[in-house]
Ligand binder design. Structure first.
Ligand code: F6P
Length: 529
């Protein structure tokens, strides 16, 4: 595999950046080219993408495609789909795509569909609330065993069972679990212990507290009220759980919402909608696997990420879903992107001289507009923004939805157009100081503009379109990882803190600070005072 910074395309991109890229002005580009919107927009399954407000031209795209070819993006993609052990540091295949392949169509199909059928049967039984008696479902899991379902369930609220409340507990903090347990009826509550490894400290600690609460509150049938989603069936059995839905080591934690980890989703929206979620993701898988790179949306977005990170030097990307149901999407994407691509060595263990994962962050619009958009418009750093617009709402308050869409459109327009000092001078701002001189005031009210954004658009937020959107992000992250030559599927960076926490836990009890650094020792003592 060619390391990206040693390819001819990388050198060409550096030259192109110096000659044209850094000076590209979006306003001029649109004025010059009436076809820019059409030329830089793409339709993928369920997702339309407008890339035209990005700092790119046809030459940028051309060189980025060369880069993809020189780095073997297609061969790497094919290796993943074929089940080769592309997660080299753990010697594992990466086959979350198999979880959404139709029956008989993907690797491990019998295993995948066997668990899926069982899990959807349980979901339907729980949803038959007259017979099941359940009113509340508590998912206990963290990271990939929490964020996927916790993101999807509110996103698909329009499809949710109205007689069931879904709760998500992740943090090893009683402030998370205790308010959830308060007000629950043990006899009507189902607990799902979700953990790929079934060794995660936070999840097991919460599961033990939940089980004790259940028994103290008159719960009698643990086998019926506790189920597990895990690859470690033996450990779940040791905990006392007999109903277990398995998955496999070739499903990464942050790619697991399509597996048994999706059980809370299936309970919330039902078997047919869960299958539609899988089908939407599968449609995006097929697009990623087969569309030429020039029309391949995940590939194009991943390449754009490389362009911004390594040539423009942008260190951050903001995600602004203009749909309240997607309020947890930024948190979900943080794990997907930053746990996958937050790596500093290549697959051969060589330290990288170029940047990898950007910081991904955001809030739903319009809330973000009234918080941090100030910085996006007038701060010193350029931060590409990703707007997600949904054409048709699930509610009937048309007036609200039009306002939401107008705001989303306006923000990408404002970022690009900006406001000149002359325009600011010519305006009368009602709240502006009457004593400040006009030129100073105009400087404060000027927007540089030329700030890039992408707009992703869905017709409506359905199980199918959400599945496609999430798979789009997965493959985009894969694309940038493939260019950077990093392993997107391990997460060794979380190990050190876990190990140190285990060592500090008994010290918090005993007060023994021998051998600790002075800061940790001082803090530990203050915590015990
Ligand atoms: O944070 C590290 C991590 O391993 C994530 O990758 C994973 O999603 C999370 O912990 C939870 O792990 P598990 O599902 O094994 O409890």
């Amino acid at each position: 595999m060619n390391r990206c910074d040693r390819t001819a395309a990388w050198a060409a991109l550096q030259g192109h950046y110096q000659a044209h890229g850094r000076g590209l002005d979006l306003r001029e580009a649109f004025a010059r080219d009436a076809g820019r919107f059409d030329a830089f927009s793409l339709q993928a399954p369920e997702v339309f993408a407008d890339l035209s407000k990005n700092l790119i031209d046809t030459a940028t795209q051309h060189f980025l495609l060369d880069l993809a070819r020189e780095c073997g993006l297609e061969a790497q993609r094919d290796a993943m789909f074929a089940g080769q052990p592309v997660n080299t540091t753990e010697g594992r295949a990466v086959l979350h795509t198999a979880l959404r392949a139709p029956r008989g169509a993907g690797p491990h199909s019998d295993d995948v569909h066997g668990v899926l059928d069982r899990m959807l049967a349980l979901a339907e039984a729980v949803r038959d609330t007259a017979a099941s008696g359940f009113t509340d479902v508590v998912n206990i899991g963290i990271g990939g065993s929490d964020l996927g379902p916790a993101m999807v369930v509110p996103a698909l609220d329009a499809y949710a069972h109205r007689g069931l409340r879904l709760h998500f507990v992740s943090n090893v903090d009683g402030h998370d679990l205790v308010p959830v347990l308060r007000g629950l009826d043990a006899a009507r509550t189902l607990f799902i212990v979700a953990s790929k490894t079934f060794t995660t400290q936070e999840t097991l600690a919460n599961a033990h507290v939940a089980r004790a609460w259940f028994l103290q509150n008159g719960g009698t049938d643990i086998a019926r009220h506790f189920v597990a989603a895990t690859t470690n069936v033996t450990a779940a059995a040791a905990f006392g759980i007999t109903q277990t839905f398995g998955f496999w080591d070739w499903v990464g934690g942050r790619y697991s919402l399509w597996s048994a980890i999706g059980l809370p989703i299936a309970i919330a929206v039902g078997a047919d909608n869960f299958r539609a979620l899988l089908a939407g993701a599968h449609a995006m898988d097929t697009h990623f696997a087969t569309a030429p790179l020039a029309q391949n949306l995940p590939a194009q977005l991943g390449l754009l990420d490389v362009w911004y990170r390594n040539f423009h030097g942008f260190t951050s990307r903001s995600v602004a879903p203009y749909h309240q149901g997607l309020k947890r999407l930024p948190a979900y994407l943080q794990q997907l992107e930053m746990e996958s691509n937050g790596k500093r060595v290549d697959a051969d263990g060589q330290a990288l001289p170029y940047g990898t994962s950007p910081v991904v962050w955001g809030e739903p619009g319009t809330n973000g507009q009234h918080a941090y958009f100030q910085m996006l418009h007038q701060g010193t750093d350029v931060i590409p923004v990703e707007f997600i617009l949904v054409k048709r709402p699930a509610h009937t308050e048309a007036g609200l939805h039009a306002k939401l869409l107008a705001n989303g459109l306006a923000q990408s327009q404002a970022l690009m157009l900006g406001k000149t000092a002359e325009a600011a001078l010519a305006e009368k701002a009602p709240t502006a100081s009457a004593t400040l001189d006009a030129a100073t005031l105009a400087a404060h009210r000027t927007f540089p503009g030329n700030r890039p954004s992408t707009t992703l658009m869905l017709d409506s937020l359905t199980p199918r379109s959400l599945g496609a959107l999430v798979a789009l992000y997965e493959h985009r992250v894969f694309t940038s990882a493939a260019i950077w030559g990093i392993n997107a599927f391990d997460q060794w960076g979380v190990e050190l803190g876990k190990a140190l926490a285990s060592q500090l836990l008994p010290r918090l009890d005993s007060g023994d600070v021998a051998g600790l650094d002075a800061s940790t020792a001082g803090l530990l003592q203050r915590l015990r005072d």
